[in-house]
Write a new protein. Structure first.
Lengths: 119, 112
Protein backbone atom coordinates (compact mmCIF):
# COMPACT_ATOMS: atom_id res chain seq x y z
CA UNK A 1 0.00 0.00 0.00
CA UNK A 2 0.99 3.63 -0.41
CA UNK A 3 3.21 5.38 2.10
CA UNK A 4 1.97 8.81 3.16
CA UNK A 5 4.08 11.55 4.72
CA UNK A 6 2.40 14.47 6.41
CA UNK A 7 3.90 17.61 7.80
CA UNK A 8 3.93 19.23 10.16
CA UNK A 9 3.31 16.38 12.56
CA UNK A 10 2.19 18.88 15.17
CA UNK A 11 2.02 22.62 15.65
CA UNK A 12 0.78 25.20 18.10
CA UNK A 13 -0.89 28.14 16.41
CA UNK A 14 -2.29 31.49 17.39
CA UNK A 15 -5.92 32.39 16.94
CA UNK A 16 -6.58 34.14 13.61
CA UNK A 17 -3.60 32.67 11.77
CA UNK A 18 -3.61 30.06 9.01
CA UNK A 19 -1.60 26.88 8.64
CA UNK A 20 -0.97 24.68 5.63
CA UNK A 21 -0.58 20.93 6.02
CA UNK A 22 1.26 18.98 3.36
CA UNK A 23 0.59 15.42 2.27
CA UNK A 24 3.07 13.52 0.10
CA UNK A 25 2.38 10.05 -1.28
CA UNK A 26 5.04 7.69 -2.63
CA UNK A 27 2.87 6.64 -5.60
CA UNK A 28 0.40 8.25 -7.96
CA UNK A 29 -3.17 8.20 -6.68
CA UNK A 30 -6.39 9.42 -8.19
CA UNK A 31 -8.20 10.53 -5.08
CA UNK A 32 -6.89 11.98 -1.85
CA UNK A 33 -9.02 12.57 1.20
CA UNK A 34 -8.69 14.95 4.12
CA UNK A 35 -10.18 13.98 7.48
CA UNK A 36 -10.45 15.75 10.80
CA UNK A 37 -10.36 14.07 14.20
CA UNK A 38 -11.46 16.40 16.94
CA UNK A 39 -10.46 15.59 20.52
CA UNK A 40 -12.31 12.53 21.78
CA UNK A 41 -14.31 12.23 18.58
CA UNK A 42 -14.28 10.17 15.45
CA UNK A 43 -12.86 11.00 12.06
CA UNK A 44 -14.92 13.24 9.83
CA UNK A 45 -14.32 13.65 6.11
CA UNK A 46 -13.57 17.26 5.18
CA UNK A 47 -13.14 16.95 1.43
CA UNK A 48 -12.04 14.80 -1.47
CA UNK A 49 -9.25 16.15 -3.64
CA UNK A 50 -8.83 15.08 -7.26
CA UNK A 51 -5.94 16.26 -9.37
CA UNK A 52 -6.91 18.93 -11.87
CA UNK A 53 -10.29 19.78 -10.40
CA UNK A 54 -11.81 21.59 -7.44
CA UNK A 55 -12.02 19.66 -4.21
CA UNK A 56 -15.40 18.30 -3.19
CA UNK A 57 -16.37 19.40 0.31
CA UNK A 58 -18.61 17.57 2.75
CA UNK A 59 -21.52 19.22 4.47
CA UNK A 60 -20.33 21.65 7.10
CA UNK A 61 -16.97 22.36 5.45
CA UNK A 62 -16.30 25.22 3.03
CA UNK A 63 -13.47 26.12 0.72
CA UNK A 64 -12.85 29.51 2.32
CA UNK A 65 -12.08 27.86 5.65
CA UNK A 66 -10.27 24.77 4.32
CA UNK A 67 -8.75 25.54 0.91
CA UNK A 68 -7.16 22.50 -0.70
CA UNK A 69 -4.61 22.22 -3.45
CA UNK A 70 -3.88 19.13 -5.56
CA UNK A 71 -1.15 20.14 -8.03
CA UNK A 72 -0.19 16.59 -9.04
CA UNK A 73 -0.97 12.93 -8.42
CA UNK A 74 1.35 12.55 -5.41
CA UNK A 75 0.80 15.73 -3.41
CA UNK A 76 -1.92 17.76 -1.72
CA UNK A 77 -2.19 20.54 0.83
CA UNK A 78 -4.93 21.50 3.25
CA UNK A 79 -4.97 24.98 4.75
CA UNK A 80 -6.84 25.72 7.95
CA UNK A 81 -7.67 29.42 7.69
CA UNK A 82 -8.34 32.02 10.35
CA UNK A 83 -7.98 29.43 13.07
CA UNK A 84 -9.89 29.38 16.33
CA UNK A 85 -9.52 27.02 19.31
CA UNK A 86 -12.38 24.94 17.85
CA UNK A 87 -10.04 24.01 14.99
CA UNK A 88 -7.73 22.18 17.38
CA UNK A 89 -7.75 18.68 15.91
CA UNK A 90 -5.73 16.02 14.21
CA UNK A 91 -5.92 16.41 10.44
CA UNK A 92 -5.30 13.29 8.40
CA UNK A 93 -4.58 12.74 4.75
CA UNK A 94 -5.61 9.45 3.17
CA UNK A 95 -5.57 7.75 -0.20
CA UNK A 96 -7.33 4.78 -1.71
CA UNK A 97 -5.48 1.49 -1.90
CA UNK A 98 -5.01 -0.38 -5.12
CA UNK A 99 -3.97 0.80 -8.54
CA UNK A 100 -4.81 4.24 -9.77
CA UNK A 101 -8.11 4.29 -11.58
CA UNK A 102 -9.41 1.07 -10.06
CA UNK A 103 -12.76 1.80 -8.47
CA UNK A 104 -14.33 0.16 -5.51
CA UNK A 105 -11.11 -0.51 -3.65
CA UNK A 106 -12.79 0.83 -0.54
CA UNK A 107 -9.62 0.64 1.51
CA UNK A 108 -7.85 3.74 2.68
CA UNK A 109 -4.29 4.29 3.79
CA UNK A 110 -3.76 7.12 6.26
CA UNK A 111 -0.91 9.39 7.12
CA UNK A 112 0.16 9.74 10.75
CA UNK A 113 -1.75 12.99 11.01
CA UNK A 114 -1.02 16.60 11.89
CA UNK A 115 -1.98 17.57 15.40
CA UNK A 116 -2.91 21.26 15.59
CA UNK A 117 -3.45 23.16 18.81
CA UNK A 118 -4.92 26.64 18.52
CA UNK A 119 -4.46 29.00 21.44
CA UNK B 1 -27.40 9.11 6.56
CA UNK B 2 -24.98 6.30 7.18
CA UNK B 3 -23.62 5.97 10.71
CA UNK B 4 -21.52 3.70 12.91
CA UNK B 5 -21.93 3.18 16.65
CA UNK B 6 -19.17 1.69 18.77
CA UNK B 7 -18.99 0.84 22.43
CA UNK B 8 -17.36 3.50 24.53
CA UNK B 9 -13.99 2.93 26.06
CA UNK B 10 -11.59 2.58 27.46
CA UNK B 11 -11.67 -1.18 27.54
CA UNK B 12 -9.16 -2.40 30.11
CA UNK B 13 -8.05 -6.03 29.99
CA UNK B 14 -5.30 -8.22 31.32
CA UNK B 15 -3.00 -9.98 28.90
CA UNK B 16 -4.50 -13.18 27.41
CA UNK B 17 -8.07 -12.07 28.14
CA UNK B 18 -10.83 -12.33 25.52
CA UNK B 19 -11.74 -9.13 23.70
CA UNK B 20 -15.01 -7.99 22.19
CA UNK B 21 -15.59 -4.48 20.88
CA UNK B 22 -19.14 -3.96 19.69
CA UNK B 23 -19.97 -2.14 16.47
CA UNK B 24 -23.34 -1.60 14.84
CA UNK B 25 -24.14 0.37 11.74
CA UNK B 26 -26.92 2.10 9.86
CA UNK B 27 -26.73 2.25 6.09
CA UNK B 28 -29.17 2.59 3.22
CA UNK B 29 -27.35 0.19 0.90
CA UNK B 30 -25.01 -2.75 1.35
CA UNK B 31 -21.85 -1.25 2.77
CA UNK B 32 -18.39 -2.67 3.17
CA UNK B 33 -17.31 -2.81 6.81
CA UNK B 34 -13.89 -2.20 8.29
CA UNK B 35 -11.91 -2.14 11.47
CA UNK B 36 -9.01 0.29 11.60
CA UNK B 37 -6.44 0.47 14.39
CA UNK B 38 -4.43 3.46 15.56
CA UNK B 39 -1.37 2.66 17.63
CA UNK B 40 0.07 5.45 19.80
CA UNK B 41 1.77 8.06 17.67
CA UNK B 42 0.91 6.37 14.38
CA UNK B 43 -1.63 6.75 11.61
CA UNK B 44 -4.68 4.58 11.13
CA UNK B 45 -4.06 1.14 9.68
CA UNK B 46 -6.56 -1.23 8.20
CA UNK B 47 -6.97 -4.20 10.52
CA UNK B 48 -9.59 -6.20 8.64
CA UNK B 49 -12.58 -5.82 6.37
CA UNK B 50 -15.67 -7.60 5.08
CA UNK B 51 -17.51 -6.70 1.91
CA UNK B 52 -20.73 -8.71 2.10
CA UNK B 53 -23.07 -10.38 4.56
CA UNK B 54 -21.64 -13.35 6.47
CA UNK B 55 -18.10 -12.54 5.40
CA UNK B 56 -15.55 -12.89 8.17
CA UNK B 57 -12.55 -10.58 8.17
CA UNK B 58 -9.49 -11.67 10.10
CA UNK B 59 -5.97 -10.46 10.75
CA UNK B 60 -3.40 -10.74 13.55
CA UNK B 61 -5.76 -12.95 15.58
CA UNK B 62 -8.62 -10.45 15.33
CA UNK B 63 -11.90 -11.44 13.70
CA UNK B 64 -15.17 -9.77 12.81
CA UNK B 65 -18.21 -11.16 11.01
CA UNK B 66 -20.53 -9.05 8.85
CA UNK B 67 -24.00 -9.69 10.32
CA UNK B 68 -26.65 -8.13 8.11
CA UNK B 69 -29.56 -9.32 10.25
CA UNK B 70 -28.24 -7.50 13.30
CA UNK B 71 -26.35 -4.78 11.36
CA UNK B 72 -23.26 -5.55 13.41
CA UNK B 73 -19.54 -6.07 12.91
CA UNK B 74 -18.17 -6.85 16.36
CA UNK B 75 -14.40 -7.19 16.76
CA UNK B 76 -13.07 -10.17 18.72
CA UNK B 77 -9.75 -11.62 19.75
CA UNK B 78 -9.29 -14.71 21.83
CA UNK B 79 -6.16 -13.65 23.70
CA UNK B 80 -5.01 -10.04 23.75
CA UNK B 81 -1.43 -8.89 24.17
CA UNK B 82 0.02 -5.71 25.60
CA UNK B 83 1.01 -4.76 22.06
CA UNK B 84 -2.69 -4.68 21.10
CA UNK B 85 -3.18 -1.54 23.17
CA UNK B 86 -4.49 1.02 20.68
CA UNK B 87 -7.62 2.80 19.53
CA UNK B 88 -9.91 0.72 17.32
CA UNK B 89 -12.28 2.32 14.82
CA UNK B 90 -15.19 0.62 13.12
CA UNK B 91 -16.10 2.11 9.74
CA UNK B 92 -18.27 1.57 6.70
CA UNK B 93 -18.32 2.65 3.09
CA UNK B 94 -20.97 2.34 0.44
CA UNK B 95 -19.96 0.11 -2.43
CA UNK B 96 -18.04 1.92 -5.12
CA UNK B 97 -17.04 4.80 -2.90
CA UNK B 98 -13.79 5.23 -1.05
CA UNK B 99 -14.87 7.65 1.63
CA UNK B 100 -15.49 6.13 5.02
CA UNK B 101 -17.90 6.82 7.86
CA UNK B 102 -16.20 6.12 11.19
CA UNK B 103 -17.37 5.25 14.65
CA UNK B 104 -16.03 7.22 17.59
CA UNK B 105 -13.26 4.74 18.34
CA UNK B 106 -12.66 2.49 21.32
CA UNK B 107 -9.44 2.65 23.29
CA UNK B 108 -8.09 -0.72 24.39
CA UNK B 109 -5.62 -0.89 27.26
CA UNK B 110 -3.97 -4.26 27.93
CA UNK B 111 -1.91 -4.70 31.07
CA UNK B 112 0.69 -7.43 31.70
Amino acid sequence: SAVISQKPSRDICQRGTSLTIQCQVDSQVTMMFWYRQQPGQSLTLIATANQGSEATYESGFVIDKFPISRPNLTFSTLTVSNMSPEDSSIYLCSVGAGEMGVSGANVLTFGAGSRLTVL
Amino acid sequence: GDSVTQMEGPVTLSEEAFLTINCTYTATGYPSLFWYVQYPGEGLQLLLKATKADDKGSNKGFEATYRKETTSFHLEKGSVQVSDSAVYFCALSDRGFQKLVFGTGTRLLVSP
